[in-house]
Design a protein around this ligand. Sequence first.
Ligand code: ADP
Length: 434
Amino acid sequence: LPSRVADRREWVSRWLPASCPQHAACNKLFNHALSVRETRVFGVLCCGFYFDFSHSGMATDVSQLERELNALKAQMNAIFAAAVDGLVLTDERGVIEVFNPAAEAIFDYSAQEVIGRNLGVLMPARYGLKHDGFIRRYLQTGERRIIGIGRELVGRRSDGSEFPMDLSVGTVNVNDRRIFIGIIRDLSSRKAIERALEEQRERLARVGRISTLGEMASAIAHEINQPLAAITTYASVGGRLIEGDRALDPERMNELFQKIEEQAKRASEVIRGVRGFVQNRESVHSSFTVDEAILSSVELFEIAWQRQRVKVDLEGVERGLVITAVRTQIEQVLVNLLHNAAEATAGMARDPRVIVRARADENTARIAVEDNGPGVPEMAAEQLFEPFFTTKPDGTGLGLSISQSIMTAHKGTIHYEPGEWGGARFVLTLPLKA
Ligand code: ADP
């Protein structure tokens, strides 16, 4: 026989495939492994076949192979058992094959309970179905919705309770079979911390608003006093007209009443604005334009600024830049900046001025509030955003630090730069609505 087989590889490919059910795998293995020996015992030709694995770098006997395989399995099990993240292996239909102890703890299921079931059991129904869709779409089109990319999803524990989780899925081919490996991280505690931080920020923001209002108290009092004084004047004019001997002119009286009504409305507007500003409203995100927010913040100062003869220039405010944010908080930042700017310029002998600009810069809204006051000395510039840093006798030093935390929470920024006229310029950036 051996003499008929000049090339062993050829021999193997000619003979073995016919008898071997797993053609592809065997062919690969024997190409390097088969050796044939012949010997004559009492004149009879005997042939021996050896499967020698040493050529392919594998263990020389099967038991050695088994030992190595077991060691590998033990290593894999140790990795699965020690992983802090939940590891879930599924086949390409999403049927769970391996469920490690961390996954057991996260989902409150034992491995036996879920192995053999569809991955959907670990997600609320609305996501379970979608996940099947992800896998199917990936297998059909290679489109990656979740494979190889981390995603924040909702998981479901055995008692039906839901929790936020981060799921990233990897895929690997083993013996022509595709396996999906899901790595799961429970985000509940991180979310709870984020929520607590958000609440704290909201409380701090409210304290900031109240203290800003405290600082503005005399201006606000003046804003309310002015319409009240006007009402008093109109009422007494009306009273005198009625008391007088002259015949009442209904048109004149009507005009007086209208003026009284206007002024009363004006006072109640001021109160409404102040109340809205300080209210502890839920931090709900909404979409609004930057110019709307700037206008309503400027309105709070209108009368006070007229009195201080501070001019506000809004010509550089581009209209229609839409952002999605907590409106009260963005207005709070603007009010802080406007208030600081007005304070810095007030009392300046000539032409106190506050200039507000807003424009789009790629995907960002850029808002600048500038004044022509004395500006910020270089030494102080580094400390501006530190809590309690103030150079004012009655300042709290909270305005800018709260503004900064609000901007960060909105994925925005705030920074200081020297302005064009020697005053201060504070620049805000916020992502524009996509
Ligand atoms: P407060 O206004 O209560 O002092 P802020 O945090 O709003 O607190 O401001 C901190 C400090 O930053 C102010 O005391 C002042 O020294 C400086 N500052 C803020 N805005 C301006 C400005 N427009 N011009 C000059 N200095 C400013």
